[in-house]
Design a binder for this molecule. Structure first.
Ligand code: PEP
Ligand code: MN
Length: 346
């Protein structure tokens, strides 16, 4: 970190900054320039909180030389993290992982029929919310624990791994018990107590990008989870809010390769929430795979027009079959393959 002093900073102000650096356990290296003094900080083996200097008299600017996150950064961990699931599926590396299923678990028939169709088409992970974070308190809030039990049954029946969302600490306890991946939704990305709890979980965590989160905030949220001891985090770009309401969100496709450059964690895309419209999900999926996403999270419903949530963006099973063919074609064009259930089951 570099602390840049104003042109008229006094010697006493410079000394006060040096003293604060020393108090924090680091060493200060003043660098006198033509017009002003800059003070470098050395001796830190991780990020330093710049806010501790910003308010001091005579400080013009604090410049972060290293990234503000450490554990998630590629600077500290060069190789890609690969997350392994109990059914043999992996997330990260050269093989693309497809996760699909309904927005919410509604009942046994709905879940099982949808699960069977996505497994047949090539998905290796089944999604389905049992705890739904809905904008309106009057909307369907999810089945709760009975929904988790259905997901666990579907896992056994179809050889899929299961991902489902936790919205608070009690639901995280249950999701950790029943599921293979704990999903933290966009609305929870800055629930720091929940991030810490997920960091103590013994299951991988999929962390969605917040509705208006910068890449830096998203990576710092992931840092919370790693800092508590859980190294298995999957990042999910699910679109950010823009000024234009022509689509539900704006899928930030270029954030995928950007984050993969900044971090060793796998990055997947959610084209369903990223667009909000069924007919845009295919194009967004192809773009995300071309942009090097490690996987996709797609909403599929056996009868989207009857869905209790997110029907407009849910694919019909036949559309999902078609999409899988397109995803395989784009993957092979960039030298990657899509995991097949048979591979995952080995
Ligand atoms: C979901 O996956 O159903 C969901 C609620 O997603 P998000 O947190 O991205 O809105
Ligand atoms: Mn949804």
């Amino acid at each position: 970190m570099l602390i840049v002093m104003t042109q008229d900073a006094t010697a006493a102000q410079i000394d006060a900054v040096r003293e604060r650096v020393t108090q924090l356990g680091f060493q200060a290296r003043p660098m006198p320039g033509e017009q002003r003094v800059a003070i470098g900080i050395v001796g830190n083996d991780g990020p330093v909180d710049g806010a501790r200097f910003e308010g001091l008299p005579g400080v013009l600017q604090v410049i972060h030389v290293a990234s503000p996150y450490k554990l998630v950064s590629r600077e500290w961990h060069r190789d890609d993290t690969v997350v392994h699931l109990p059914n043999g599926a992996t997330i990260g590396g050269r093989q693309i992982c497809i996760m699909a299923g309904p927005c919410a678990v509604e009942n046994r028939e709905q879940l099982f029929e949808t699960a069977e169709s996505v497994a047949r088409a090539g998905a290796v992970v089944l999604r389905g919310g049992a705890f739904k974070p809905r904008t309106s308190p009057y909307s369907f809030q999810g089945m709760g624990e009975p929904g988790l039990k259905l997901l666990a049954e579907a896992r056994e029946r179809f050889g899929l791994a299961v991902i489902t969302e936790a919205i608070d600490e009690p639901s995280l306890d249950l999701v950790e018990h029943y599921a293979d991946i704990i999903q933290l939704g966009a609305r929870s990305m800055q629930n720091f107590a929940l991030l810490r709890r997920a960091g103590r979980a013994r299951k991988p965590v999929l962390l969605k990008r917040g509705l208006a989160a910068t890449v830096r905030e998203w990576l710092l949220a992931a840092e919370y989870i790693l800092a508590e001891g859980n190294p298995e985090v999957i990042l999910c770009e699910r679109g950010i809010r823009s000024y234009d309401d022509a689509t539900r969100n704006m899928l930030d496709v270029i954030a995928i390769p950007l984050v993969k450059q900044l971090s060793h964690l796998p990055v997947i895309a959610d084209p369903s929430h990223g667009t909000g419209r069924r007919h845009l999900v295919g194009a967004a999926s192809r773009a995300a795979i071309a942009a090097d996403a490690d996987g996709l999270l797609i909403e599929v419903h056996r009868q989207p027009d009857q869905a209790m949530s997110d029907g407009a963006q849910s694919l019909f099973p036949s559309q999902f079959v078609e999409l899988m063919g397109e995803v395989r074609a784009v993957a092979s064009a960039i030298g990657k393959t899509v995991q097949s259930p048979a591979v995952a089951a080995q």
